[in-house]
Design a binder for this molecule. Structure first.
Ligand code: AVI
Length: 321
């Protein structure tokens, strides 16, 4: 393994004060709203891994099926001597399927804020690709990236953003992120991004309401995190999870709903929750191929190629200038 400048900088947690401000601001707003990145503490990340294994959560399986079927063709389209920059690399399972087919990759640059998934992903990749230069970046990928100097000149830089995480951004933010990525990939580069496709309501809603209750535990874990890190007193049994598909907006909307009227301590703030009051915690946007092309166009990008799994559940889109 050739690992350059591996620095563990766990910036996942902003300083407590900043975290408190984010949460207080969200709980003062009407309707109440908290950012979905709050899901991903250690327990939340482990629960998300479990979600991916639930029979109802089709996204991960469809994306892996897509890659298994099309990776050779994707690699052909990307061409040789690619520098692959992976946004939110996590445990990097999908990357392996892609890298197996890439001809003479110049480097793999995993960009991952959480140090443990980054370390595990690197370890796994180094085992599979002992010759591959790995240049990790432990930073927040929504901020402008300073890419490390590659070991040799790449033919193109491809930003790989798997897993439908783009769908967790609202349209305006998603366009902003793609515009930032457009700058980072350079003139000759590209973006390979996963996007979940629109389909019938029942399939989508089942994916976010699994029978085993893992998604509910994942959602409510946000409150456990706030209790632990900010000394709040959310009573877990007094809230429930609600995920519904808003077909007009083309997205799953996930809420934490108060089962009864109650007050919760958040720093010096006492926050009143009315009975049945719903606090928004996540959007998971679903796209038609036209929707996604329109989104890309607002960021100055064009869809060069789209691959889908054979059931047409999930897409991988290759965007260039
Ligand atoms: C990470 N992201 C793509 C997941 C999704 O499907 O929106 C997060 C998730 N939330 C609930 N289940 C999965």
């Amino acid at each position: 393994m050739s690992v350059q400048a591996y620095v563990v900088r766990d910036e996942q947690r902003p300083p407590d004060n900043a975290l408190l401000q984010v949460v207080q601001r969200g709980l003062r707003s009407q309707p109440k709203r908290l950012p979905s990145w709050l899901f991903y503490d250690e327990q939340g990340s482990a629960l998300f891994e479990q979600i991916c294994e639930q029979p109802e959560y089709y996204l991960t399986r469809a994306e892996i099926a897509l890659l298994s079927e099309h990776a050779a063709n994707i690699a052909e389209v990307l061409g040789p001597d690619v520098r692959l920059v992976e946004y939110g690399s996590g445990h990097a399972i999908k990357t392996r399927l892609l890298l197996e087919h890439l001809a003479t990759p110049v480097a793999w640059v995993p960009v991952e804020l959480s140090s443990e998934p980054l370390r595990l992903g690197m370890q796994r990749m180094a085992q599979h690709f002992p010759e591959l230069p790995i240049q990790p970046l432990s930073v927040d990928f929504t901020r402008p990236l300073r890419l490390p100097v590659p070991p040799r000149a790449p033919r193109r830089t491809v930003l790989y953003f798997p897993g439908s995480t783009i769908g967790n951004f609202e349209e305006r933010e998603a366009a902003q992120l793609l515009r930032k990525m457009r700058g980072e990939m350079g003139d000759n580069g590209g973006i390979l991004v996963g996007a979940d496709l629109k389909k019938d309501r029942a399939t989508i809603e089942a994916a976010y309401n699994d029978r085993a209750g893992v998604t509910e535990a994942f959602t409510l874990n946000m409150l456990t995190r706030l209790n632990r890190e900010l000394g709040c007193n959310f009573e877990l049994g007094a809230f429930r999870h609600r995920s519904r598909y808003n077909a007009m907006a083309g997205r799953i909307e996930t809420y934490i709903v108060s089962k009864r009227e109650q007050r919760v301590r958040v720093g010096r703030l006492q926050v009143l929750f009315r009975e049945d009051e719903a606090m928004l915690v996540e959007y998971s946007c679903k796209y038609s191929l036209e929707d996604f092309a329109a989104l890309a166009a607002t960021a100055g990008l064009a869809v060069q190629h789209v691959w889908t799994d054979s059931a047409g559940m999930f897409s991988l889109q290759y965007l260039t200038r």
